[in-house]
Ligand binder design. Structure first.
Ligand code: BGC
Length: 743
């Protein structure tokens, strides 16, 4: 947003008012100031330096001497990838040998669980259930904190419109509104009742900013987007996370419109610390400061460090740019001492808030650790979130739910017995932890009366059809076939971009071979991203998108297959028909020649050879029951910008099963001084209804829902007509009306 300059007199007055009314220092601030006064420049720089433990590197390690010795010398402020009460206690012990005994922070990528593994974040986003998402983060934090961890590098809140980008699995999908709600839920979950509690870890909101807009979906790639797209699409979840009280932020590997994020003053100082009043600290991404040399933004590590700290980056993760150069940069007056002090203050404040100066080992307690990890109630929550994350994409002739009295079920596909793949890319990998495979989940669900006829058919990336004959034979003996196809856990994640996002290998050929047996086929698609599977979509009788669901994957899927849970998930990201459509997302603009019949023929915007629409749209997902939407009412059809209207509608469960529906509210401003998307999600509610039951849902629409950035990038409303749409998917609008905003 462009801010108008204030007249000089106002600045003077404001200045003196601020000075006179400056808040007294808080107890923590006083401690921070007292400690800062004792610190040498080298000790201050040490606080800004973060190293990874060598054993568990999550990025390329650079040798920089003996890390433990440097900790003893006060040259390290934080570690990452040290985990477990025993190891964190040991490493903290080195910090206690330093002159000022400033405790280390221990950070780790606790992204979808610590010991109990939860569904990948994209899967959880499909639940549209904020309570479930928050409780998943809560359990993860409780376990991680008991394992000596102070700080998780999550939530990742990057909006993603390109499923080729492997990191879509870590985020909440394509929509800024849903993404913002989820960002806040995760921050609240991780930070619980506040820093200082023994079950709370600091959240780290990442990757600031616009990392998800990497050109071509190639990880780490350049981002070049308009200020409007930045503010409307990519920044809202970051703002929501900052407002939710996130303790820290991480910047990102990408450049944004020519300036790498780590050296980007506009993002870090002007927006985050300035406009949004963020009081926590910013950590770089792994080596992202030194990578500004490869970007061509700095000539060497020294200049990179200078650019980063002056732009507002506080801590250097594995970049070695601060530890090697900052003292010299301060001496040369290229970096002001006040900036170094500000960065150190931000970090020390968090260490005080976490209670680490009272007891640096308070999180590193082996006794507590042994009592908190992997508990049955944690697994119950994981199972509940997992089944809520499953999306029913197709269910012809109500094939699902399956009866538990079937005699022979064929279980076919490379992921049918997979356990490790259920953990997803960012699990904290413990060798002795158990993940329930689909096969085991079915065994747990079904008694001895049902035969499970297993055949792998092929491997995920196989090119040979050798195993097909056995799989076909198994299918022929069964009353129904369940197929598990998709990606291995390490095919979507960091540095896992793919140009071809079809179900890998010959798996769809296997689906075809089984479909051709004539048996009813349920296909489970397991992946960390939207995949393309047109044959399956056309020919399988039922399809469940089951992502990677974590520790309880198999049990959760079995709950859904056999009707112990009625699926309620809705896609948080569009599933394309072809890579050629990417990026494909629901909140696109009309253009001057909007497509007709979904095709770009007759000089219309689109493709001649493929519809514009995705295979499965944002917000789409079926249930075993049916819901009727009716009685749309608006309290006002004409109102001014300081008023609001209340929208109500009634949802009735008209089918045979209890179930949940996500009622989705979309708006479109028909005419604006800048064009508006054809649809924007502005509200949703997930409701639960017994058969025959009705509920009235209401939404309030006011300034917040109706504002956008005008031509001057000022946030506000414009009078005009709006279309209001309510549906159970972005492409399935069931109720519509119009209203007018007047001056
Ligand atoms: C990733 C971050 C992660 C960090 C530490 C980087 O490569 O981009 O998301 O938190 O490594 O593991």
């Amino acid at each position: 947003m462009l801010l108008k300059p204030l007249p000089a007199l106002t600045i003077l007055l404001l200045g003196s008012v601020t000075f006179a009314q400056q808040k007294p220092l808080s107890a923590i601030d006083k401690k921070v100031e007292a400690l800062l006064a004792k610190m040498t420049l080298d000790e201050k720089i040490g606080q800004l330096n973060q190293y990874s433990a060598d054993g568990l590197a999550t990025g390329p390690l650079t040798e920089n001497g003996n890390k433990f010795q440097q900790i003893k010398e006060g040259k390290v402020g934080a570690m990452l990838n040290v985990r477990g009460a025993k190891d964190t206690r040991m490493v903290q012990g080195y910090a206690m040998q330093s002159r000022l005994k400033i405790p280390l922070l221990f950070g780790l990528d606790v992204i979808h669980g610590y010991r109990t593994t939860f569904p990948i974040p994209l899967a959880e986003a499909a639940s549209w259930d904020m309570r479930a998402i928050q409780s998943s983060a809560r359990v993860s934090a409780t376990e991680a904190a008991a394992g000596g961890i102070h700080w998780t590098f999550a939530p990742m809140v990057d909006i993603a419109r390109d499923p080729r980008w492997g990191r879509v699995m870590e985020g909440a999908g394509e929509d800024p509104y849903l993404g913002s709600m989820i960002a806040a839920a995760r921050v609240h979950g991780f930070q619980g009742n506040g820093l200082g509690n023994l079950d709370a870890v600091m959240a780290c909101v990442k990757h600031f900013a616009a990392y998800g807009a990497a050109i071509g979906g190639r990880d780490y790639n350049t981002v070049d987007i308009s200020d409007r797209t930045l503010w409307e699409t990519y920044l809202p979840p970051f703002k929501a996370a900052a407002d939710a009280g996130a303790a820290t932020f991480m910047n990102s590997f990408n450049e944004l419109n020519g300036i790498p994020a780590s050296g980007n003053r506009y993002l870090q100082t002007d927006i985050l610390k300035g406009k949004w009043h963020f009081k926590g600290f910013i950590v770089s991404d792994w080596g992202s400061i030194s990578e500004m040399v490869a970007h061509g933004f700095a000539k060497d590590g020294k200049q990179a460090g200078e650019e980063a700290i002056n732009a507002g980056n506080d801590m250097d993760m594995e970049g070695h740019s601060y530890i090697n150069n900052l003292a010299q940069l301060v001496k040369e007056k290229k970096v002001p001492m006040s900036r170094v002090d500000d960065a150190v203050r931000r970090i020390l404040r968090k260490k005080f808030e976490m209670g680490l100066f009272d007891d640096p080992y308070r999180f590193s307690n082996e006794d507590r650790e042994s009592k908190v990890l992997n508990l049955a109630p944690n697994h119950e929550i994981a199972r509940d979130v997992a089944r809520k994350s499953i999306v029913l994409l197709k269910n012809d002739n109500e094939l699902l739910p399956l009866s538990k009295n079937l005699k022979n079920i064929a279980l076919i596909g490379p992921l049918a017995k997979a356990d490790k793949d259920m953990m997803g890319f960012w699990s904290v990998m413990w060798e002795n932890d158990h993940l329930v495979s689909l096969y085991e989940g079915l065994q747990n669900k079904l008694g001895n009366n049902t035969n499970l006829l297993y055949s792998q058919g092929c491997d995920v990336t196989d090119t040979s059809k050798r195993g097909f004959a056995e799989a076909i034979a198994a299918a022929k003996q069964a009353e129904v076939v369940i197929m598990a196809v998709g990606e291995h856990f390490d095919m979507s994640g960091e540095a896992k971009s793919r140009a071809n996002i079809h179900i890998p290998g010959i798996q769809e050929d296997l689906v075809k071979a089984i479909v051709e047996t004539g048996k009813p086929v349920v296909v489970l698609t397991m992946s960390g991203r939207p995949m393309i599977f047109n044959y399956t979509a056309d020919h399988a009788n039922a399809i469940l998108q089951t992502w990677w669901l974590g520790s309880e994957a198999g049990n959760a899927i079995a709950d859904v297959l056999f009707g112990d849970y009625n699926p309620s998930g809705k896609l948080p990201m569009s599933f394309p028909r072809s890579e050629g459509q990417i990026p494909v997302y629901y909140n696109y603009k009309s253009t001057g020649r909007p497509s007709q019949n979904d095709l770009g023929i007759n000089y219309r915007s689109g493709y001649n050879d493929l519809p514009n629409s995705p295979r499965y749209a944002f917000g789409y997902g079926l249930s075993y029951t049916t819901f009727a939407f009716s009685d749309l009412k608006l309290s006002k059809n004409k109102f001014s910008k300081n008023e609001s209207t209340t929208v109500t509608c009634t949802i009735k469960n008209t089918g045979p099963y209890a179930g949940e529906e996500v009622v989705q509210l979309y708006l479109r401003q028909l005419v604006g001084t800048v064009t508006r998307p054809v649809k924007e999600l502005k509200g949703f509610e997930k409701i639960s209804l017994k058969p025959g039951e009705s509920k009235t849902v209401s939404f309030v629409i006011g300034k917040e829902q109706l504002s956008f950035y005008n031509q001057q990038m000022q946030w506000g409303t414009e009078p005009g007509e709006f279309r209001l749409m309510i549906g159970n998917s972005s492409d399935h609008i069931l109720l519509q009306d119009k209203f007018e905003l007047v001056n």
